[in-house]
Design a protein around this ligand. Structure first.
Ligand code: XMP
Length: 328
C-alpha cells in the first residue's frame, strides 16, 4: 500500500467550519472515486468506522453496505446502538450479523490470550468475508484508517484490515479511506459535525477483541455475562459522577477464579470484578485515576447486589508500566 502523508500545511480540524469543509471535500472525492459502484465497510461501532460510515452515507447513500459483526464480545448496548443510529436514524444499508454463538463456540476452553485473539481475529474475517461474497458488484472496501495507524502501524487494527482478507476478495477491492490523514481529535470533530451522537464520537477506546481480553482465561457465557453487566454499572456510575468525560479508559476485568462469600445468609462463591480506570495520552504509559471512595463504595454495592456471580469488587492501582492497561 502506498504510504499516505499528511501535507505539512494542512490545518488542524478543530472547528465546525473546518470540519464541514473537510466533509464537503471528502464527499466530492468519494463520489469521484466510487462512481455508481458499491462500497463495503466493516462497522464496529468504534469512533473511526462510525465516522467513515456517516461520511459515506452522506456521499453515496445506499451504495455503502455496512456490515456490523456482533462477535458476542461487545459491551452492553453497543450493537443495539449501532443499529439504532445507522439503520434507524441514518437509514443506512446495514447488515447486522449476530455471530455470538460462532465466536463463543470456537473460544470454549481456550485460555491462552494470544490464541484467543487469533481465534477472534480469524473468525471476524471469516464472517466478514462470507457477507462480502453474498453481495454482487462490490468494488470498494472502506476503512476507518486514521493517521496514527499509518505512522505508528502498530498493527492494533490488524484484524479489521484488508490485509487479513482471503486473496480472492483482497484483489477485488480498492480501498476508500476518507479519514486516513486525520488525527483522532479531528475525526471526533468531523463526527460531531456529521451529527453522530456524542457518546459514539467521544467513546473510550475499546480493543477489537472486545470483552474477550477482559474475560480472563477460558471464556464462559455466564462469566462473560457477569462482566458485561458489571462493566455497564461502572460506566453508568462514572457517567453520573462526571468521571466518564474525565477518565481516558475505564472498565472491568473478571478473572477465572472464585472465592467464598456470603449472600442472603448463604455461602456464595463468586468471581471478583476488577476495576481499571486509567489516564494516558498515547496508551504507552498510564496513571491511575483517583476515584472517590464514595463512588467506589456505590459501584461495589451495585455490582455485588445486582450482578449474578460476582461477590467481590477490587481496584487495580497499578500504573503502566509495570501493568499494561488491559489484563488479558
Ligand atoms: P495495553 O493493554 O497494551 O493497551 O496497555 C493499550 C491500549 O490499546 C488497547 N488495545 C487494543 N486496541 N485493538 C485495539 O484497537 C486491540 O486488539 C487492542 N488491544 C489493546 C487497550 O484497550 C488500551 O487502550
Amino acid at each position: 500500500m502506498e504510504m499516505a502523508k499528511r501535507p505539512e500545511n494542512m490545518a488542524r480540524i478543530n472547528t465546525p467550519e473546518l470540519a464541514q469543509a473537510f466533509i464537503d471535500e471528502q464527499i466530492a472525492a468519494v463520489r469521484e472515486q466510487v462512481g455508481d459502484k458499491k462500497v463495503l465497510l466493516a462497522l464496529s461501532g468504534g469512533v473511526d468506522s462510525s465516522v467513515v460510515a456517516a461520511l459515506l452515507i452522506k456521499a453515496i447513500g445506499k451504495q455503502l453496505i455496512s456490515v456490523h459483526v456482533n462477535h458476542g464480545l461487545m459491551r452492553k448496548g453497543e450493537s443495539e446502538q449501532v443499529i439504532e443510529v445507522f439503520r434507524n436514524q441514518l437509514d443506512a444499508n446495514l447488515i447486522y450479523v449476530d455471530a455470538t454463538d460462532r465466536f463463543l463456540n470456537l473460544l470454549a476452553g481456550v485460555s491462552e490470550p494470544e490464541q484467543k485473539r487469533k481465534i477472534i481475529g480469524n473468525e471476524f474475517i471469516n464472517v466478514f468475508a462470507e457477507e462480502a461474497r453474498k453481495e454482487d458488484d462490490i468494488a470498494f472496501l472502506a476503512q476507518g484508517t486514521i493517521y496514527p495507524d499509518i505512522i505508528e502501524s502498530k498493527g492494533v487494527k490488524a484484524h479489521h484490515n484488508v490485509g487479513g482478507l482471503p486473496d480472492d476478495l483482497k484483489d477485488k477491492f480498492e480501498l476508500v479511506e476518507p479519514v486516513k490523514l486525520l488525527y483522532k481529535d479531528e475525526v471526533r470533530v468531523v463526527g460531531v459535525q456529521l451529527g453522530l451522537p456524542a457518546e459514539m464520537v467521544y467513546r473510550q477506546p475499546f480493543p477489537g477483541p472486545g470483552l474477550g481480553v477482559r474475560c480472563l482465561g477460558a471464556i464462559t457465557r455466564d462469566r462473560l455475562h457477569a462482566l458485561r453487566e458489571a462493566d455497564a454499572i461502572l460506566r453508568e456510575e462514572f457517567d453520573k459522577c462526571g468521571l466518564a468525560s474525565k477518565v481516558w479508559q475505564y472498565f472491568i476485568a473478571v478473572p477465572d477464579i472464585t472465592s467464598v462469600g456470603v449472600r442472603n445468609d448463604q455461602r456464595y462463591e463468586g468471581w471478583p470484578a476488577i476495576i481499571r480506570a486509567v489516564n494516558t495520552v498515547d496508551a504507552m504509559t498510564a496513571t491511575i485515576e483517583e476515584v472517590p471512595y464514595a463512588v467506589l463504595h456505590k459501584i461495589t454495592n451495585r455490582i455485588t447486589t445486582e450482578v449474578e456471580g460476582i461477590n467481590r469488587v477490587l481496584m487495580d492501582l497499578t500504573p503502566k508500566p509495570v501493568g499494561t492497561i488491559e489484563w488479558e
